[in-house]
Design a protein around this ligand. Sequence first.
Ligand code: IPE
Ligand code: IPE
Ligand code: MG
Length: 265
Amino acid sequence: MFKNLFKNTTAGETEEVNLDPAKMPQHIAIIMDGNGRWAQRRGLPRVAGHKRGMEVVKDITKAASDLGVKVLTLYAFSTENWKRPESEVSFLMDLPVKFFDTFVPELIENNVRVNVMGYTEYLPKKTQKAVNDAIEQTKNNTGMVLNFALNYGSRAEIITGVKKIATEVQNGDLAVDEINEEVLSKSLMTEEVAPYNDPDLLIRTSGEERISNFLLWQIAYSELVFTDKLWPEYQPDDLVHDIYEFQQRDRRFGGVKDTKGGKSK
Ligand code: IPE
Ligand code: IPE
Ligand code: MG
């Protein structure tokens, strides 16, 4: 049993929770939101929130790895985030350079492998290099996969996947009748973190309760946890709290509750 502390939000007191190691989410995906608001509430420029958010990524990565999570997918930049002011976009594109510059040794120490999913070919060259170097330097690590969604959008991802499948059909390598959920799933970017393609738990910080074009296919049966905490103030204890919340849920996958406590059929 993992013993950890978290804040009891109703009473404002600290309470100890035991996470059940048998019910750990294997793939956790996080929509890291609220950086701008965190900064603005402190009278700081939005980018100060992104900078602080990067430090939080380090802490949460280590915490998730210690908890035995297999894949941690972090939404870092969406295909829609190019709409932001150029100065903010440019700051965000520099962050992976800063992040990997300082953090790769710790990733190696923790046996964490880096993966990046998204349309990385549209990122500035220096960002691509930082990302590719980190992937290369951590490729032999066998522990948790730290999977960044960078210039990622789920609708674009599905279209790319469908085009791949259509091409296979056109080339006579696949029959239309052979297209099924497995084929589509394998055509998506999360195939890079197989066999944990679909998140068990999706967390969004900052109080917004929407998906913002993230993993639309993959979250069909994920448990969703929305927390009011802003990403720059999200701590390992909050992760434990949100995993605890996940462990209280009854995942039925369309079946019925098994009162004997076994797997739902
Ligand atoms: C999330 O924080 C980081 C990115 C989307 C890159 P935001 O920058 O969206 O912060 P808010 O939502 O404006 O507070
Ligand atoms: C989603 O957050 C994208 C990332 C966290 C990278 P946004 O802040 O961009 O989403 P919206 O605009 O509030 O839906
Ligand atoms: Mg936001």
